[in-house]
Design a protein around this ligand. Structure first.
Ligand code: PHE
Length: 377
């Protein structure tokens, strides 16, 4: 090096060394978008609490690649159109290395389009509509998908409820509802069942008397409501008010304390399928329930909390195996996830970037969600 270049080199070194040190000690930013308020606040709150617990535990154990994880999150108020904007902001301004979210499939789809465009990996904890991960090779999920959930519910309706004729009430503005209705129907008909009526509604509707009156006239053995808890609870109430006595049942979208607080007596004896139950007697679940309760004021974690937790754990594991926070490397590591033990079982990411896990059927008894059976994939 010529003597003229030496000071320049020294200056460069002075500037870059602290930068290197900073890069080593700075946090790894993880973005999360969630329905923390609004119509599905119960979903967002629960999932978020699980995610926060996972990140705190990972950090307490030393973090990832010697750095702490920092969760940067924002509320989409359960509204359509917000998640894409939040995803853009988290990616371009906050420079998050990955995105976690959402519960509801329609909102996960909105953010997934943005994540795929910027090639930033996204993990949905609990969106079950197949189209979410079909958006592209950067989009993953840690739960089962609705072709499996729909099949499990159809078998349950035939064997457990002994239903031969059902009515299906679908929310046309929810990709989750439309998909689950379709997969259920295919299997139910294949099992010799008959769908006698398929009335529709839209997210946010409050009056279902017209649909229920038509169902009353058709007199099915059971009523399938593949929707979210607010509408499902109101529907159960109005069905009982109209004198309908058939069992109503749904999918994971029913899981929220609000199902009981809104539905009251009307949801007694109703069933739904979901991803996990705090009553599952494994060590992993017992310990998770204990840690979650200790962290969140005695609250019992539901399926969204468990999947929110697992989504963060799967991401941390991938960053560790990638040995880097480079988005493409994290993506490849996520795609290679195999047999990672979690609260909701073992996560293995398949070629379609989905996970395959058992479903759990739950019954509402005395205002509580009681575990009925597990359905293996
Ligand atoms: N699976 C639902 C969806 O895709 C969301 C959900 C997951 C609701 C888990 C409750 C529990 O929209």
């Amino acid at each position: 090096m010529t003597s003229r270049l030496k000071p320049l080199f020294a200056a460069l070194l002075c500037f870059s060394l602290p930068f290197c040190a900073w890069a080593q000690t700075s946090t790894i930013k993880v973005g999360e978008y969630a329905s923390l308020t609004g119509k599905e606040a119960a979903f967002g709150q629960s999932s978020h609490k699980g995610t926060v617990l996972a990140i705190e535990e990972i950090n307490a154990a030393g973090g990832v690649l010697g750095r702490k994880l920092e969760l940067v999150y924002e509320d989409n108020q359960s509204k359509p159109g917000e998640s894409g904007t939040i995803a853009t902001k988290l990616i371009t301004r906050e420079k998050v290395v990955a995105l976690l979210g959402e519960v509801a499939s329609s909102r996960s789809r909105e953010a997934a389009i943005v994540a795929q465009k910027y090639k930033i990996p996204m993990i949905s904890p609990s969106s079950t509509n197949p189209s979410v991960t079909e958006i592209g090779n950067y989009i993953f999920r840690v739960c089962f998908i609705d072709p499996f959930q729909g099949t499990a519910l159809a078998k349950f309706a035939r064997s457990h409820l002994k239903a031969k004729r059902v009515a299906i009430v679908t929310s046309v503005s929810s990709s989750y509802s439309v998909g689950l209705a379709k997969y259920f129907k295919e299997q139910f008909v294949a099992e010799g069942g008959q769908v006698v009526l398929e009335p529709k509604y839209s997210e946010g509707d409050k009056d279902f008397k017209a649909q229920l009156t038509a169902i009353k006239a058709a007199a099915p053995d059971a009523i399938f409501v593949p929707g979210y808890y607010t509408e499902a609870a109101l529907m159960c109430k109005q069905a009982r008010d109209l004198g309908l006595t058939q069992p109503l049942f749904g999918g994971d979208g029913w899981e929220a304390p609000e199902l009981v607080s809104i539905g009251g007596k009307a949801v007694e004896g109703c069933f739904y399928s979901t991803h996990y139950s705090p009553e599952i007697p494994t060590e992993a679940v017992k310990s998770f329930v204990k840690r979650f309760k200790a962290r969140w004021n005695g609250e019992t974690p539901d399926a969204m909390a468990a999947l929110g937790y697992d989504s963060a754990a799967v991401l941390a594991d991938a960053i560790r195996r990638a040995g880097s926070t480079d988005a493409a490397k994290i993506r490849d590591a996520l795609a290679a996830t195999k047999n990672l033990d979690g609260v909701t079982g073992r996560t293995t990411i398949d070629a379609q970037r989905n996970a395959s896990k058992p479903a759990v059927v739950v019954e509402v008894r005395n205002g509580e969600f009681r575990f009925v059976q597990s359905v293996e994939p």
